[in-house]
Design a binder for this molecule. Structure first.
Ligand code: T4K
Length: 400
């Protein structure tokens, strides 16, 4: 790559990517199949309310996950909210702060207090060893988050939940088609929740689902997502509108048919990033456990500022100026956002790893729309920035 520091786009040069490279570009399946399905549902004139595509999608997801029940929803957030309500969680629920804000909001929305737990620095999932110290008489549950498709320590979490008689659910938004000890995510705890948002591994434009083996819980969730209706004129629970529509399910079915293609593109990209970044001191690519099934959907690097001479935020700024729209998922973590920051001003004292690591990570572009050449150019620019870290940092301090 022919660049001098003055050529960096942040200092006035041309960006490396005129067509910006995104994190979270949707994985699109076979366009013609999607259009055929949309025509079919239009011909049928059945657009929502548990139509045939939604039922087929639920059945396929349940098969993949290996559970009895899948309830498709309009999005992952509502799926979390309904599952929390159906499990009758109240008082306090322990969750990691290192997650998308929806995990915390789904509780607080129902006036349940999220109690933030620290993470394990190896894979950024909730640290089970801290959980017991956070349990109070008001605690009713734990929500583990399989962050970036890295599965929580389910064995320890299950053991703690049993011992304290707590409900255990998982926010599995990032972990569809991942496994733990050979068993598919979606089959653990009382229930697990997936997001099928456009940016996720499998997408339904907007969408989500709850999976569980518990017949009673599944039935309750099914009613709750349809206003609580048990029959035409019979309401059994307080409910809401969490239904998935037929167009979303059509996209979901089409998307499911591309699982192998998406995994193989993600895996190819992951290996390319490993190859390109392994020599760089001060940059750790978060790895996947290849003994398990993984979706390889997120490429996340951890930066050691002291080694590379430039901060994560400076690197982030320079990359974005070059048209590489990296993301600081999930900076600054839930406990530093409102209303939690005001409710729990001292939360950070119990979250040393979260506080430290939230300044270190960057998610990089991957997915079916990102090619090997794109990755090489992304890594060239990262290498260049890091090789000139101190000088770029000094110049940024002058221009800002
Ligand atoms: N729990 C966890 C752990 C989650 O990560 C999420 C969602 C949830 C729960 C809740 O699930 P949902 O209710 O969303 O189903 C995005 C998504 O909106 C959100 O679904 C996701 N997590 C979160 C991690 O990312 P933003 O604010 O980062 O989205 P946005 O609009 O900046 O898009 C991200 C990138 O993707 C951009 O660079 C543009 C690109 N993009 C996006 C869309 C929507 C496209 O290229 N095409 C598109 O259609 O939140």
């Amino acid at each position: 790559m022919e660049k001098s520091i003055a050529d960096l786009s942040i200092f006035g040069g041309e960006p490396v990517f005129n067509n910006k490279l995104h994190v979270g570009r949707p994985n699109l399946g076979d366009r013609q199949k999607l259009i055929d399905r949309i025509n079919e549902l239009l011909d049928r004139n059945w657009l929502t309310n548990r139509g045939p595509f939604v039922r087929e999608f639920e059945q396929k997801v349940a098969e993949i996950v290996g559970v009895k029940h899948c309830i498709a929803m309009c999005n992952g957030t509502v799926a979390l909210e309904i599952t929390i309500r159906a499990l009758e969680l109240q008082g306090e629920v322990i969750i990691p702060s290192f997650t998308f804000i929806a995990t915390a909001h789904a509780l607080q929305w129902q006036e349940i207090t999220p109690v933030f737990c620290d993470i394990n620095p190896k894979d950024y999932t909730i640290n089970p060893d801290q959980i017991e110290s956070l349990i109070t008489p008001r605690t009713t549950g734990i929500i583990g988050v399989h962050l970036w498709g890295r599965v929580c320590n389910i064995v320890k979490l299950t053991e703690i939940a049993r011992r304290y008689n707590l409900k255990l659910m998982f926010d599995a938004s990032h972990a569809f088609c991942c496994s733990f000890h050979g068993r598919m995510v979606g089959s653990f705890g009382d229930a697990e929740v997936f997001s099928f948002h456009a940016t996720k591994f499998i997408n339904t434009f907007e969408g989500g689902a709850v999976t569980t083996d518990d017949d009673q819980l599944a039935n309750k969730i099914r009613l709750m997502k349809n206003f609580g209706f048990a029959d035409m004129d019979k309401v059994e629970y307080i409910g809401t509108n969490g239904k998935m529509n037929e167009v979303s399910a059509a996209m979901g079915l089409t998307s499911l048919e591309s699982i192998d293609k998406i995994v193989s593109a993600n895996y190819r990209n992951y290996n390319q990033y490993i190859k390109e970044l392994e020599e760089i001191n001060g940059v750790r690519l978060l790895d996947y456990n290849e003994k398990e099934r993984c979706n390889y959907q997120y490429i996340v690097i951890e930066i050691d500022e002291e080694t590379i001479g430039i901060s994560r935020d400076e690197l982030f700024k320079v990359l974005r100026a070059e048209g590489i729209l990296a993301r600081r998922y999930f900076y600054p973590c839930c406990h530093n956002m409102e209303p939690y920051r005001s409710y729990f001003p001292h939360a950070k004292l119990l979250l040393p790893q979260t506080e430290r690591l939230m300044h270190k990570v960057i998610a990089l572009p991957t997915g079916t729309s990102v090619g090997l050449q794109d990755i090489s150019r992304v890594c060239d620019i990262i290498r260049f920035i890091i090789n000139n870290g101190q000088e770029i940092s000094n110049r940024l301090a002058i221009v800002s």
